[in-house]
Design a protein around this ligand. Structure first.
Ligand code: 1GP
Length: 252
């Protein structure tokens, strides 16, 4: 429960948490130190590592090397069974609840469970909801599932509520990495107003203003990935973190 408690404390203290998604195919190890240090200095709360599709081979070594660089939590965001490592701090135990593909709903979880126990990895059970965002996304294609239509907030609400009743800790409203359109604010607000489950939002968030609006709509965790794969954008990392940490800017 260490990472779960850390995230809950972050919500209490700062309003919401800001996580950076690291795609091992994009961030080479020789550039990782510079990037992760910049994230730390800017107020990022932790890292997700993984992806729906990964071409690089040695995931375990990659995690081990990242762990040496940063003290911030490193949470695996697994796109496949090969993305499990004892060297991470936790693993998002994601079930693609927006889809009806049994392997991504529960099948892979059964295969992974004994290994997770052996590694004593903390699991953060998460209902993963893929939301329509323009073009088809890798997550959608790889999970063999249809996204929730972006104008169907009621489906998102009912799905999130079901995840809550199943005892999951989070729902992840995912527009997909590099999405044309991020998850609609009204959908985040609808889920937040109606459900008592913590909400992660990611995909296509490219400005601090958008991050701030997501948090104001009810998101507890904001994830960005693509935007910071371009080193020219690193200077605005702090603005993103500050936008997410709305409580910190309140002077008491
Ligand atoms: C993808 O939600 C994450 O799973 C991040 O998306 O790369 O578009 O920021 P971006």
């Amino acid at each position: 429960m260490k990472i779960y408690n850390y995230l809950k404390e972050t919500f209490d203290k700062k309003g919401a948490a800001y996580l950076i998604l690291i795609d091992p195919d994009k961030l080479k190890l020789n550039n990782a130190e510079k990037f992760m240090q910049k994230c730390e200095e800017s107020g990022v709360d932790g890292f997700l590592v993984g992806g729906s599709l990964m071409l690089m081979g040695d995931f375990e070594n990659y995690i081990l090397e990242l762990k040496k660089i940063s003290k911030l939590p490193l949470i695996i965001f697994p796109g496949a069974l090969s993305q499990i490592s004892p060297n991470a701090d936790a693993l998002l135990y994601i079930s693609v609840v927006s889809g009806r593909n049994p392997e991504y709903l529960f099948g892979n979880h059964v295969i992974a469970a004994p290994l997770i126990k052996k590694y004593q990895l903390e699991t953060l059970s998460t209902g993963y909801m893929i939301i329509e965002s323009g073009k088809r996304t890798t997550a959608e294609y790889m999970s063999g599932s249809q996204p929730i239509p972006r104008n169907k907030t009621e489906i998102a609400i009912a799905t999130a509520l079901a995840a809550q009743y199943m005892g999951m800790k989070f729902v992840y409203l995912e527009a997909g990495s590099g999405a044309e359109s991020s998850v609609p604010y009204e959908m985040v607000k609808g889920v937040s107003d109606y459900c008592d489950i913590d909400i992660i939002v990611g995909g296509g968030i490219r400005t601090p203003e958008a991050a701030s609006k997501m948090v104001k709509s009810g998101a507890n965790i904001i994830v960005t990935g693509n935007h910071f794969e371009d080193e020219n954008n690193w200077e605005v990392l702090k603005q993103f973190a500050d936008a997410v940490h709305y409580k910190k800017s309140i002077v008491v």
